[in-house]
Design a protein around this ligand. Sequence first.
Ligand code: SF4
Ligand code: SF4
Length: 681
Amino acid sequence: MKPVEPTREEFLFFSGPEKALFYFLAYLCLAYLAYQIVGRVRLWLQGKPVDWYKTRTGREYWMPTKAGLQNWVGNVLTYVLAQKKVRSSRPKSGAPMHLMIFYGFFTLFVATTLLAINTYSPFKFHKGTYYLAYEMVVDVMGVVFLIGVAWAAIRRWTHLKDELGQALNADPKQQIQRRRWPMSQSANDFWTLGLLFVMGVTGYWLEAARMSAHPEPFDWSSPVGHLWSTLQGPYGPPAYKFVWWFHMVWVFVFFCVIPKMRLRHVVMAIFTTAGKSDRPMGQLKTISMEEVEQTEQIGSKTAKDLSRWHLMSLDACMECGRCTEVCPAWNVGKILNPKQIVQDVRGAMQSGAELASAIGEEALWACTTCNACVEACPVLIRHVDVIVDVRRNLVSEGQLSGSAATMLRQTASTGNAWGQSASNREDWMKGLDIPLCRDGVEFDYLFWVGCAGATDPAAVKTTRATAQLLQKAGVKFACLGKEEACTGDPARRTGEEFLFQEQAQTNSSKFEKYGVKKVVTTCPHCLNSLKNEYGEFGAKLEVVHHSQLLQQLVSKGALLAAKPKRGEVVFHDPCYLGRVNEESDAPRDLLSNEVVEPEHTRHKTLCCGAGGGRMWMDDHPEQRPSNRRAEELLATGATTVAVGCPFCRIMLGDSLKQARPNDEIRLLDLAEMLHQANGAE
Ligand code: SF4
Ligand code: SF4
């Protein structure tokens, strides 16, 4: 007898009317799904057109350019298929569990698509060796998927208990906010996970029922279904059909409810990651005066003022909480919860409510713009864009008061965020013979000192050490001295966009006047603005952090690296260097890589709490991010904390003293350590 070729008959035992009923229900379901999708698309289209979808003439286009399309494909491959962000998150964040669910689900999705192509197209490939391999892969990945789903449910249950415990111990003012997250999320989560689990298990039951009703010699290629079928015994056609319909009901429910569940991120993540902006993490979007004249407002008041991409990205949120887990403000008990912000803006997109009241002003001002949430988000949501744009609106309406408002006034009147006069910017130079641009000296690097570097007593030590190292290594550099003015970074991130733009124009004109091409700075906030944001104001600069230039000088042999004792030094990565500008090797190289690493390190560093204008805002003593970071740094057992940012130095200085009033903990900038290693007295 000729052996039977392995394959599977679709709609086994089904009559014509039964098939017609299936198609009727399937189309009904898909129509409902399409109706919901149209509703969501309408909400996204309220937003502003997205720049990178526009043609050169400014006309909005439905597709990006060819180069844009390549980016789309690259982003989807990197962030969706390769799961870059999920893989790089900590195992504690449930990364392995998520990967099991994703790759299990993805395999089942591809398998179903292939089956549909085989059934509804002239190409009949679902047979022979291909069929056997197909069945084996689907069966194994189905188990991976179910283990991932069960793991997620257990994890959610454990977290729910922990979160409720924490919420009950939290500040009473925050209890409502903190409770709202676990309770609302958990109900939705258990329903979602339950649906996935039922679909997976009934899928196996259906497979087993087919084998019980219509056994074939090649059923071994689906080991799970085969074992189940052996255990349950023979089935007649009615029993098989019952299981078929039972499974299909859950599949129909899945398609009807997916837009309402956070599971929608499976689809939405593809669109969000594909269309993500090429704008670097540290670059905020510039507002033009024409835009203000047209809209008669600054920043975002309602969801309509955000871009369509931003609105669409809200629907991609999987509510995983990774953003909140890493938020320095949330972690010291503040009301700011980036995940909740995404949900609040999503709610405002539907209701039309004002964003500031939907999010809450206290939460908006608590953000340090450290970008930890942006870095952690698997679907690339840009929380900081939204927060700063709402701040812009609040500032334009006079809703900012206190010391941050004073900082803005000082920057506007003196060009220094601390209100020091321009003449003080040269005080740090005493006894060092620093070349000045205005004297017509030739230079390769402009040494950009910054407001803190020029006037804060601790930061001045860094500035002097850096200048002396550059002199020792023979680098031709010059400073602007009293011609230098604040980059405008604190103003921009506090929400005063046009003050930033004035500063950027003033400084850019100086760069042009003196032919500045390369800049070195000790401040990562200045670095970020000059490197990522000044380009729009005509300053095309090559900007490096002092650790990067010093690293080059060490590798050329012009300077010696520091050689701290093992276990003695811990390096605190500044957010705007390690995360936002992706430099974490240079500082370590300067210390001969003899550093102990704290829990949060490199691009996953923990913010000191100074960014986003927070340096000029008060914190409750119990809610200082710098205290938490200081504890973490000290937990390494190090006795020296090395820094690479004047802001971090100011914030950590107080916190280290408070944490160890009786211990001799040294707080030094990398430049000072290198200066000592190179013979400083
Ligand atoms: S915003 Fe991103 S990181 Fe935060 S909960 Fe949503 S998907 Fe997760
Ligand atoms: S930028 Fe930092 S402080 Fe602001 S919400 Fe994100 S993680 Fe929190």
